[in-house]
Design a binder for this molecule. Sequence first.
Ligand SMILES: NC(=O)NCCC(=O)O
Length: 368
Amino acid sequence: MFENIDTCLEKYIPQEELNHVQRILYGKKLEELQLPESCINNVDDVEVKGFKFDSLTEELREKRIVRVGVIQNQIVLPTTAPLVEQRNAIYQKISKIISLAAEANVNVLCLQEAWPMPFVFCTREKFPWCEFAESAETGPTTLFLKDICKQYNMVIISPILERDEQEVIWNTAVVIDNFGKVIGKHRKNHIPRVGDFNESTYYMEGNTGHPVFETAFGRIAINICYGRHHPLNWLMFGLNGAEIVFNPSATIDGLSETLWGIEARTAAVANSYFSCAINRVGTEIFPSEFTSGDGKPAHKNFGHFYGSSYITAPDGSRTPGLSRTRDGLLISEIDLNLCRQVKDHWGFQMTRRLDLYADSLADIVNSK
Ligand SMILES: NC(=O)NCCC(=O)O
């Protein structure tokens, strides 16, 4: 299987031309982070990469250096295994990858969308899959992560399928701070109705707006998966003060791979914040056949989740992507001051004429 666009470019383009290609495609060259050997060559064969984004040294503000991490992973057991075993096996795998992140001094870490479960929404079957839905505050996944956050002094964003006290189901990212306290949650605003992503069968449109969470390591927000196709969603997190926006996702090659490198990256540029795009990896096969409503034969295989997680800075420079096929941990050392530096340079926040668009949008919305 095709492994990765970056390794392909490196393999075939001579160094001098490669420098130009990378400069034009990816922006400013990033320094590689020196990570512990035990982290890079880990026993679990997790791909670990780290990069450092450059920033100016200011006279009146100290740098605000933070290490951000994102994890992409395959599920562990077949989707036919007992649910609790499936979930525990994922917990076990992720706890090992989080310990690698801790070795690399990661401060804020985000996991992929619906990370403790297979991506079941293609099936349209309620049972047994709705059983994976759990409380954001007291469910097993949050309890599992709280201790880890405390142990490693790490903020973790945990995207889960949430079941609230009224038994309403949501697609939610839970934010747990570095003391192990749940400081809030965000529920996915935009629900896909495309291909096999039949997600409205399972959970409701989010009702949390565009929250930004103040943490010890910066102001963070989460734009869950399909929300990345909606520029206004990205915009609102920026207007509310986000310095880093995570985009935990689950998407497949036949559908979105050409858009993947563009959307989170342009959001970082347009809104002068860091964006972190995370996609799951692997091919998930389900016990019952399902159709895509496109006349093609019924199938049990959702397609290939192509990983390729990457991080972009507000100046548009970006890391290479993680592999399309392997579990991975991508780390970036960033200076949050870069957000303001880019705003001062480009002036997008002063030239964007929100008033003009607010009136036009109101006219369109009200003309129904
Ligand atoms: N999980 C999810 O929202 N997937 C939708 C597919 C896409 O947006 O690429």
